[in-house]
Design a protein around this ligand. Structure first.
Ligand code: ADP
Ligand code: C5P
Length: 206
């Protein structure tokens, strides 16, 4: 099998990484394609109590098991399948289940730190940074985390001010400089998404 095309989609929390990645995934659903989420590669914290896990800074790069993500990307590149971890936001750790992922022609890897980690960055053929106004991202996150991730309004606000925002400024915003394309307005930016689809097609057909 030829080396797969690997597309990295970075950006701050609730910037629209998953939405943009899903549109790209759907656009190539007639080919073999995988969407890996870096969130599934948060460190395994099953040895810690729930009380301890809540205190982890999930916006610092060290909270990620990037070593495993790189290992998995390299295995897929060599044509081997992987057992991908599955993350449980309510328990703040990996679930006991894994998902078998077969090698595919296209791999999208999306997450906060996919442009921050040099080993991941070096594996990417196309680097995307999804951008959205900080206030908009906070509002989206508040809605999402209280409805989908089992959080209280108070916990979302304190987490945002204590770690999400400062870590974003320190570790995520600066990685915009590594992007080949910056996508303002995420999924509604159909021009940027169409450009990406055209580029991906041209690489695949070359
Ligand atoms: P990320 O993966 O960067 O955290 P998501 O794509 O999951 O972001 O988007 C976070 C939330 O914001 C979701 O509920 C999604 O539906 C919403 N959202 C994303 N992009 C937009 C947009 N352009 N306009 C309105 N809502 C959006
Ligand atoms: O989808 P999104 O990019 O927003 O996911 C990353 C966010 O998930 C991080 O900003 C981090 O604060 C949050 N997170 C969390 N609790 C966890 C793991 C991640 O709030 N257990």
């Amino acid at each position: 099998m030829n080396k797969p095309l690997i597309i990295g989609v970075a950006g701050g929390t609730a910037s629209g990484k998953t939405s943009v990645s899903t549109i790209l995934y759907d656009a190539f659903a007639d080919r073999t394609i995988t969407l890996l989420r870096q969130d599934d590669y948060y460190n395994d914290q099953s040895h810690m109590t729930l009380e301890e896990r809540v205190k982890t800074n999930y916006d610092h790069p060290l909270s990620m098991d990037n070593e495993l993500l790189v290992k998995h990307l390299k295995k897929l590149m060599l044509g081997y399948s992987i057992e991908k971890p599955i993350y449980d936001y309510t328990q703040h750790t990996r679930s006991e289940l894994t998902e078998k992922i077969e090698p595919t022609k296209i791999i999208i890897v999306e997450g906060l730190f996919v442009l921050e980690d040099v080993q991941i960055r070096d594996l990417l053929d196309i680097k995307v940074f999804v951008e959205a106004d900080d206030d908009i991202r906070f509002i989206r996150r508040l809605l999402r985390d209280t409805t989908e991730r089992g959080r209280t309004i108070e916990s979302v606000i304190s987490q945002y001010t204590e770690s999400v925002k400062p870590m974003h400024q320190q570790f995520i915003e600066p990685t915009k400089k590594y992007a080949d394309i910056i996508v303002p307005d995420g999924k509604t930016n159909t021009v940027a998404i169409d450009l990406l689809i055209t580029k991906i097609n041209s690489i695949l057909n070359a």
